[in-house]
Ligand binder design. Sequence first.
Ligand SMILES: N[C@@H](CCC(=O)N[C@@H](CS)C(=O)NCC(=O)O)C(=O)O
Length: 206
Amino acid sequence: MTIELYTWKTSNGRKATIMLEECGLDYNLHPINIATDDQFTAEFIAINPNSKIPAIVDRDGPNGQPYTVIESGAILMYLAEKTGKFMPSEMAARYEVIQWLMFQMGGIGPIFGQVHHFKRAAKEEVPYAINRYYTEAKRLYGVLNARLEGRDYLAGDVSIADFATLPWVFRHDWQEVDLAEFPNVKRWYDTLMARPALARGMELPA
Ligand SMILES: N[C@@H](CCC(=O)N[C@@H](CS)C(=O)NCC(=O)O)C(=O)O
């Protein structure tokens, strides 16, 4: 069973490498350098018409046919279902994980992404945008911190919800957020970063 992974070392890309490393799956890594526009080649658009990393092609997909998955959250769910790891099968527990995965996909990812853009990449300083997205990012950190009060992980045992969220919290320095303000997030972050497979996934593509 080999999976072809198309990715780059970004917050969304790291979700896939973390999961593949944590599951111990056999995969080939194809670097797609988004700084040099590799995502816009015809070859990659044939895999992901949205021109974004990560994407996977599972050579041994459902019905034994190759199967392509785009969108990092869907990739995490697909690999969890394929391996039976990091997402429980019992319905209530599974939907707990899915809720926090969607919180990352619909909230943390888009908002933190805008913070990164307006604080680091924008060609002009836009105080309104910086303030709007930074304020919302801090609010989301507060939600995470409250959720992690008395919990080791976001939803039951360690899961794809944690793997989706961690690479965005990893960039707290880019966001100019001090994790000391969010002690439960800091504890969770340190616990996850101490996992050898997760730490390997964070460094890929090398
Ligand atoms: N919703 C998508 C977002 C993926 C995404 O934005 N990927 C970024 C890197 S983190 C990318 O490929 N950017 C290239 C571009 O926008 O041209 C997912 O979760 O997979």
